[in-house]
Write a new protein. Structure first.
Length: 328
């Protein structure tokens, strides 16, 4: 009888041992997987500042983001990121109506770039905005890295940027904040609408265009940058599109020689004296023989319309309808 009991106990022990070993093996496999996942980098994004590249590793979506330009603010709001934003600054034109409620829920840090103390006071973990925001006088990469703040310089701020750069900005922001599907939806909508507009004018003869930002002694204008591509999509050609610089100062003599058929005047904000700019163009004797001035072919666009974002649709449509009314 004792031997039978011993045999039964041995069998039971063996079963328990095997079951425990298998269970431990499964638990060990499960515990290894999260460790491997924790060590992986979710996303790596490179930003270029002053011709130097900086790499950011995003293990998780930022939770306390700050936008230092009107256009990046609207891009982030278009992606529904207001709950992950702790500050905005450097607004240009009035915020789009569809984003106003979300915008007003976010603190405005400054009319232009805030101080470093104000930025640090937000406990920000991410910033984006104008490329100038990352200059030595504002928030250089070294300062941001020291304070554990990730950053993203929009591709649309790079020299030679076009609409593809805008789409890339939305794609990267979507990945950084884990809202890829929303980014895809925004991009698809923009491509469809801009494609429809461009389809109406693509076979027309491009009109020559001068983009007048500011300056009376010497005008400030757009070169190889996004505004030039928006003009192209609208059936025009920027007379300074072949310049390497994104924005540059030129001479009126050169503008007169190139004789643009249209002039696009930039309006920075509601307080910007855009009528004063138009009056200057119309009342300056040296400019009276430019085709655009003679024929009163001057139109106004907000700065935010020609900088990256959903407003680019409006910019292309407005220009296309003016440049080629016969196509609409």
């Amino acid at each position: 009888m004792f031997k039978k009991i011993q045999s039964v106990l041995c069998i039971i022990c063996t079963i328990v041992f095997l079951f425990t070993a298998c269970s431990n093996g499964e638990q060990q496999n499960i515990s290894k997987e999260p460790a491997a996942q924790d060590g992986q980098v979710a996303l790596t994004v490179t930003s270029e500042i002053d011709e130097k590249e900086y790499t950011m590793d995003f293990q998780q979506a930022p939770k306390r983001a700050v936008s230092l330009s009107g256009f990046t603010t609207e891009m982030m709001l278009a992606l529904g990121l207001e709950n992950q934003m702790v500050g905005t600054a450097f607004a240009d034109n009035e915020i789009l109506p569809e984003y106003k409620a979300a915008y007003e829920s976010i603190p405005i840090l400054s009319e232009q770039n805030p101080s470093r103390e104000i930025l640090l006071g937000t406990s920000a973990d991410f910033i984006t905005g104008w490329s100038s925001s990352f200059s030595e006088t504002n928030f250089p990469p070294e300062f941001l890295q020291e304070n554990h703040i990730s950053f993203f310089v929009p591709r649309s701020e790079y020299p030679g940027a076009d609409m593809n750069a805008v789409y890339e900005d939305f794609t990267l922001l979507g990945k950084i904040f884990h809202v890829e599907k929303k980014a895809d939806t925004v991009i698809a909508d923009m491509k469809e609408k801009i494609g429809t507009i461009n389809g109406k004018v693509k076979d027309t003869k491009p009109v020559s265009v001068f983009l007048y930002d500011s300056g009376e002694d010497a005008p400030y204008t757009a070169g190889s940058s996004l505004p030039s591509d928006l003009i192209r999509l609208a059936g025009g050609k920027n007379i300074f599109a072949d310049q390497e610089k994104r924005w540059l100062t030129v001479q009126w003599e050169t503008v007169i020689k190139k004789n643009p058929q249209w002039i696009v005047v930039m309006q920075y904000n509601n307080s910007d004296d855009v009528q004063g700019k138009i009056d200057f163009l119309k009342n300056t004797p040296a400019l009276k023989d430019i085709d655009a001035v003679k024929n009163n072919r001057i139109l106004v666009l907000g700065l935010s319309d020609v900088i990256a974002g959903v407003r680019n649709i409006n910019a292309v449509e407005t220009m296309a309808e003016k440049f080629h009314p016969e196509a609409f």
